[in-house]
Design a protein around this ligand. Sequence first.
Ligand SMILES: Cc1cc2nc3c(=O)[nH]c(=O)nc-3n(C[C@H](O)[C@H](O)[C@H](O)COP(=O)(O)OP(=O)(O)OC[C@H]3O[C@@H](n4cnc5c(N)ncnc54)[C@H](O)[C@@H]3O)c2cc1C
Length: 813
Amino acid sequence: MNIPSHAEVIVIGGGIIGCSTAYHLAKEHGAEVLLIERGKLTCGTTFHAAGLVGQLRTSASITQLLKYSVELYDTLEKETQLASGWKQNGGLRLANNQERWTEIKRQVTTARSFGLEMHLLSPSEAKQVWPLMDESDLIGAALIPTDGQANPSDITQSLAKGARMHGARIIENVSVIQVAVKDGRVVGVQTTAGYVACEKVVNCAGQWSKQLAKKNGICVPVQSMQHQYLVTEPLDGVTADLPTLRDPDRLIYFKEEVGGLVMGGYEPNPQPWDVVPIPDDFSFSLLEEDWPHFEQLMEQALIRVPSLEQAGIKNLTNGPESFTPDGNFILGEAPEVSHYFVGTGFNAFGIAAAGGAGKALASWIMFGEQPMDLWSVDIRRFSSLHRDDPWVKNRTIEACAKHYSMAWPNEEYQSGRPVLISPLYDRMKRHHACFGSKSGWERPNWFAPPDTLAQDVYSFGRQNWFSIVGREHLACRSSAVLFDQSSFAKYEIRGEGAARGLSWLCANQVDRKPGTLVYTQMLNSKGGIECDLTVGRLADDLYYLVTGTGFRTHDFAWIQHNWPHDSQVSFSDVTEQWATLSLMGPHSRQILERVCVDDLSPGGFPFASIREIQIAGNAVRALRVTYVGELGWELHIPIANSGIVYDALWEAGQSYGLVNAGYRAIESLRLEKGYRAWGADITPADNPLEAGLEWAVKLKTDQSFLGRVALERLVGQPLSKKLCFFTHGDVDTVLNGRETILRNGVPVGYLSSAGWGYSIEKNIGYGYVRHKEGIDHSFLTSGEYALEVACEQVPCDMHLHPLYDPKGDRIKC
Ligand SMILES: Cc1cc2nc3c(=O)[nH]c(=O)nc-3n(C[C@H](O)[C@H](O)[C@H](O)COP(=O)(O)OP(=O)(O)OC[C@H]3O[C@@H](n4cnc5c(N)ncnc54)[C@H](O)[C@@H]3O)c2cc1C
């Protein structure tokens, strides 16, 4: 085999994802690409996909990627002269009950928010579009006219041809044995045909990606799951323009194929393909048909399409596909090895996602930064927990089973719990915490009063915890509460170069005297917000950083990856060493004073400072900061002493009305106070000027920092979007996020986060108002605003300042 000795980027795997990535690398970036496929192109999972191409997801960016896939598939055949089997026959989704109907109406609004056409249909209209179905149990349906279907193998070959046309080399029947790494960075790949040096690698090896990545210590938490569909002989009434059909209440989908039907689905008891390692020679291979398991779907299909009874069955395909523990695919640069990229785990929508995922991944590979907000699919969302294969398997089974189940707001996963617990877990449990789970950590969401079960009851209306959380919220505003926030990620950066390095990475001024605490963002080269965290200076050469539970891997990787070479330091992740108890509320000072002799006065311990104090004889790192907008301290306690400190505070607080409170109260409190949540309200695609965070950026200093050049270019220019706050008073309207913002009846954006504000007694939504021609104060304030919620418009007020404290003065507390 004649293999080149060098390539700029090596793509491992010739499925649809590898081919799309190679196509975009070559076409859009002129990269020198070598794609290496162990067998023949498509021989892994791609050749046996059903080929449905749907576009709507819960994330705007992922919907954007899928929309791009459709645009690409529409033109690819013309470009490459190779048929792709693409046809835009639309996608129909059915609702059999009121709750599903509400979900679908919310999806139609989400589609509108994301610029995707989707219409509600009556049962009889749906029947006209899909005449074979029995519509007697339908409440309604929705149609996305631009959805469609493709032939997975043809489209992959077409992408491969396109890649070759733009200079990519594709080599088949060669296996990558291992990626070569030197000093933490990719330098080449060892293959069965010899060594190839390269600058970057992208692992698109589908269900083999995990075992390949493991050889370099990289965590890629995918699990192969069996997925089955049957193909019928031609059936009367099946026309070539029949839309794809998803019937989530019956767990099934259909598409037309050569005059017959493809029918598959997502059963509630999905089966993993439990083979470790996945065999190398599983090429153009399938698993055994499992009719007994498929029966449950078949029964449902016969109810929906009675004429299936007469259809001849051509075959039942059982193929393995890589799924992930949260149902989202995996993109980006591995935090463990520089220049090692990953594109895998496509959860049975890899054909739909390939176009957009390949384009985004190519840009990420070339520029080292994600081209848009890709947090929901970012490989850095995982943590060391995801190295635990049995845990990943269990959670993935649950995620896969949820594929067609109702997507309830605030829904929590149940499998593999509890796994990571705070040292205060037993105490929280004794106080009847209803726990949620974040990155594996059990965290109190709310506390059940006596005689109430500490368990969520899901619905699209107000859920069972609504008024209970209200009491926790109001206690924080009027007396004091304790939040167990031990799962916060915490790092220490130590060394002479710490201040210099952090000054380069942080948009705010962090080179201040020891004892100072600074809220800051870290920006990418375009000025987008990559991290949002608190930086405390403990000594001249020691910083303590605190960030959100879910951002632990991401932020640590961002900091290390972008650290300036001339600033020598050591980095440590100290998350497990420190429990965190947040004591918040107007009485928090009085409570703390009862167990602590240190000076806690406003002058002695001002806002935005960090000190070591003694609580009940235990040394505690106290941070004067708040995410709920009340006087308070985050108390970081060595794990072993956290129980004693909690007990002392609890006892001292009883006469002040101290109660426990959970994360749902935090959410509502922060929404009232204007605090942004990273990953929702602020992302790599939003800059501090758009997000209203320019006050936290040191543009007035002459210090250089990452993102400064980009921001300076934007200062003084009209913004194209601006984060605003919206309120609507009707408690029966429930905002969950993604509702459309209308200005003078025209869609201008959607809510990035939302909830109920118990102090102001209103629904609150945050969202960017967008206007390409530029946004200024008069544009924002001159419009009449409304929100579209589940296809209905409700009036709302737009605000430019936090809602509970109109002055927006965070230092005041
Ligand atoms: C039954 C079924 C139905 C589906 N239906 C749909 C659908 O309707 N719509 C949809 O969007 N998606 C569907 N999917 C999902 C879709 O098929 C996958 O998401 C997609 O094919 C994944 O593509 P990939 O490129 O990641 O993986 P693969 O196609 O598996 O490609 C990975 C490639 O990497 C190669 N490889 C592995 N290790 C190495 C190595 N060490 N060196 C070199 N090469 C290597 C393999 O040989 C393989 O060709 C379905 C999946 C199944 C199983």
